[in-house]
Ligand binder design. Structure first.
Ligand SMILES: Nc1nc2c(ncn2[C@@H]2O[C@H](COP(=O)(O)OP(=O)(O)OP(=O)(O)O)[C@@H](O)[C@H]2O)c(=O)[nH]1
Ligand SMILES: [Zn+2]
Length: 489
């Protein structure tokens, strides 16, 4: 935490504004400035120019996003719950879970986002909270979510998050018991084998990072015994709304932790990462690691806390996936020689690329991950590529188009630029008639800011005949909706 000098004040200004809040603002500003400098070091480590358009405000945005994402350290549960405990007569005959209290209350499907303490990436949480009122009073329903958010907005591990929410609610409401079930989704690391935790890949491609999903639970009072009938009631009220209640918690769920094992064994990652120039663990930059350590301190955390000791290395490891590189530098396992393959596969017998009998080809659902340059937060989704295939020529290999997609995904990006770059590169070898559609979820729009869980963004780039022939464009868009099942006419 940035320290203020001795001169900070306890008095009050003539206009009654407590200087205390001035002190906090000054502290906030100094912490933000320190984090901004640290982010600049990270950008330089990626070979980026932090003064270029698009990155100029990134250090400040990232600092604000991290402070916002860990606001829970600065919030108090009692401020949230006090004043929201309402008297409510329980069951008249004094029977039921807690003798005379009301029955079980469950609030389901609370969408939260937390920061993984092992790798500093946001992870998604569906939180379900139950409690049995006692003492003839109930708590305001929204407070269950607000209290859960206090602990989510910290650097967390799912099991500790569940335990802290459960304990905080128990202490604040003093019910007969509290039950918490969290379903958590963590971004998979490109070069990590699928961990034993349940894989729920939101993407179709096997060799692309999906999501690691785990479920954890915590119970207090009448919910302490997870075989008891109170817990059974809680799970029933979740199951009949389709909540998957199996508990598959893992001792270390963060995929980046398996990289520690790989690094310790000194061998390369078992998965040829498509987002990395080589399959070796990219040597992490000491200055970048120090910068992340500084960020942890500015957030009020202790980098020496055992769960955080490897976090700076893991975060830098993730960031190195998005190191600046050019196509000619043979990065990301993509070799320009493959471009030659692409060209030859398209030549028909008289050697030209386009002839008027050609037909529209679609390569759909190429998964990608990228990093928004405005917030240094991931965005991910799928790319659809349409092109005109000369009559009699071979199909273009999906893997080549996947390599191009990976290459441009593994950059600090905005989605419009990603779409254009893929279109331009593909058209440079497939001929100018190319159309690209990118569909993506932006973590910066679901985990912070507008916090719109479920929102997604689609962008289109059309070149050549796709821009002049509306039928060609419509045909390609129809193949996408046929493949997704939506918009079937
Ligand atoms: N066009 C475009 N915008 C993006 C992309 N990724 C993030 N953004 C936007 O970048 C903008 C940055 O706006 P700023 O106002 O500078 O930053 P901010 O205050 O963090 O913005 P909010 O996310 O609205 O809180 C936001 O509107 C983001 O949604 C992208 O791929 N394309
Ligand atoms: Zn993690």
């Amino acid at each position: 935490m940035g320290a203020l000098d001795e001169g900070h004040f306890n008095g009050s200004l003539e206009n009654g504004v407590k200087l205390e809040s001035l002190k906090l603002d000054l502290e906030h500003e100094s912490e933000t400035a320190v984090m901004e400098d640290a982010v600049k070091v990270l950008l330089q480590g990626l070979g980026e120019d932090s003064n270029r358009e698009g990155l100029k405000k990134t250090p400040l945005r990232v600092a604000k996003a991290l402070r916002e994402g860990t606001r829970g350290y600065r919030q108090k549960v009692k401020d949230i719950v006090q004043g929201a405990l309402f008297p409510e007569a329980g069951l008249y005959n004094g029977v039921g879970h807690a003798g005379g209290a009301g029955g079980l209350v469950v609030v389901r499907d609370l969408d939260l986002f937390s920061y993984c303490e092992s790798c500093l990436l946001p992870f998604q949480v569906k939180c379900h909270v139950g409690y049995v009122p006692s003492g003839q009073r109930v708590v305001g329903l929204s407070k269950l979510s607000r209290v859960a958010d206090v602990f989510a907005k910290r650097l967390q591990d799912p099991q500790r998050l569940a335990n802290e929410v459960c304990l905080a609610l128990h202490n604040a409401i003093k019910p007969a018991g509290v039950a918490v079930l969290l379903q958590c989704w963590h971004i998979q690391f490109p070069e990590v084998e699928c961990s034993s935790a349940e894989q729920s890949s939101h993407l179709t491609e096997v060799d692309m990072p999906g999501w690691v999903k785990i479920s954890v639970t915590s119970g207090s009072g009448v919910f302490e015994n997870e075989n008891g009938d109170c817990w059974a009631d809680f799970l029933s009220l979740l199951k009949f709304r389709g909540v998957n209640v199996e508990n598959n918690s893992q001792p270390s769920w963060c995929p980046s932790r398996s990289l520690d094992v790989l690094a310790c064994n000194g061998h390369t990652s078992t998965r040829n990462s498509s987002c990395r120039a080589s399959t070796n663990m990219v040597p992490t930059q000491p200055a970048m690691i120090t910068a992340v350590t500084t960020i942890l301190q500015s957030l009020g955390e202790d980098p020496l806390r055992k769960e955080l000791v490897g976090t700076p290395q893991r975060f830098v490891h993730w960031m190195m996936n998005f190191k600046r590189s050019n196509l000619e530098m043979k990065p990301n396992g993509f070799y320009s020689s493959r471009m030659g393959l692409l060209k030859s596969s398209l030549q028909n017998d008289n050697g030209n690329i386009n002839s008027n009998q050609d037909e529209i080809r679609s390569v759909l659902n190429l998964p990608f991950w990228s990093q928004c340059e405005h917030h240094l937060l991931p965005f991910h989704g799928v790319v659809h590529i349409g092109y005109f295939q000369p009559h009699g020529a071979d199909h273009v290999g999906r893997s080549i188009l996947q390599s191009i997609t990976h290459f441009y995904g593994c950059k600090l990006q905005v989605q419009e630029r990603l779409t254009r770059q893929i279109a331009e590169t593909v058209s440079s070898v497939l001929g100018e008639d190319v159309m690209v559609v990118v569909e993506a979820n932006h973590i910066c729009m679901i985990s912070r800011g507008i916090e719109k869980v479920g929102s997604s963004t689609a962008t289109i780039a059309v070149l050549g005949r796709f821009s002049t022939d509306p039928n060609a464009k419509a045909m390609f868009l129809q193949t996408i909706s046929n493949s997704t099942g939506y918009g079937r006419t």
